[in-house]
Write a protein that binds this ligand. Sequence first.
Ligand SMILES: C[S@@+](CC[C@H](N)C(=O)[O-])C[C@H]1O[C@@H](n2cnc3c(N)ncnc32)[C@H](O)[C@@H]1O
Length: 253
Amino acid sequence: MTALAVAAADAHHAAHAVELAAELRLPLVEASKDGLLLLVDDDGLRLSEPGSGASLRCDLATGRAGYRRRHGGGTGQALARAVGLRGRARPDVLDATAGLGRDGFELAGLGCRVTLVERAPVIHALLRDGLARAAHSDPATCERIQLLCRDALELLRELGADELDTRPDVIYLDPMHPPRTKAALVRKEMRLLRAVVGVDADADELVDAALHAARERVVVKRPARAAPLAGREPDWQVTGRTTRYDVYRGQAT
Ligand SMILES: C[S@@+](CC[C@H](N)C(=O)[O-])C[C@H]1O[C@@H](n2cnc3c(N)ncnc32)[C@H](O)[C@@H]1O
């Protein structure tokens, strides 16, 4: 994984950058430094690679995620159908691989209570920043979201030992997968994310733990043509153009 440092874009953001560097135990550098930077600026936090022009921010209310919220098809979209949103049903969802929170935010926007779990502290910091900004424009959605910075594998194993009625209805998984084509490699945003979190080599274990923990179902997001995680054939699938959702029955069904 690539070395990372924290920087402030200007003097106004110096205190925030110092705090963040201490929290994440990362070096504090000048914004002019080359390499991978977690940059604090007027718009919040940004993962930035000045040399390549690549940059990644958690934007939940605007940008692509905002467009998806407005035009994404509501409960008719593949993600919502896979998770089981129909009529008034709004299952509680544990998103065990939160990343930049787009899928989880979408489900919370549709009325689900969502727990976002992200283990990479830098991605968690970007997500926390994105949620804080989204709370101004979409407070109702943010009130349905809880964010945890921890390893979901450990959490799922704990939940699997709890009483069934205290567990989440749905466990949602979208682990990082190896790039399939050169085109995927050149997507700057994905490359930056991968530089920070790598490939989720323990994804198969996550599916096994999720299957023991979920009440209603486990939903795994996969590239349309990829093999199922852990070689486990799903009970059914919801397929989109480039993405597929593998759905497994949980412990209460
Ligand atoms: C592909 S991204 C998820 C993207 C997300 N679905 C979205 O809509 O933005 C995968 C994320 O899962 C996180 N992750 C993978 N395994 C995890 C685990 N065991 N516990 C917590 N987070 C995990 C990775 O750090 C990475 O940020």
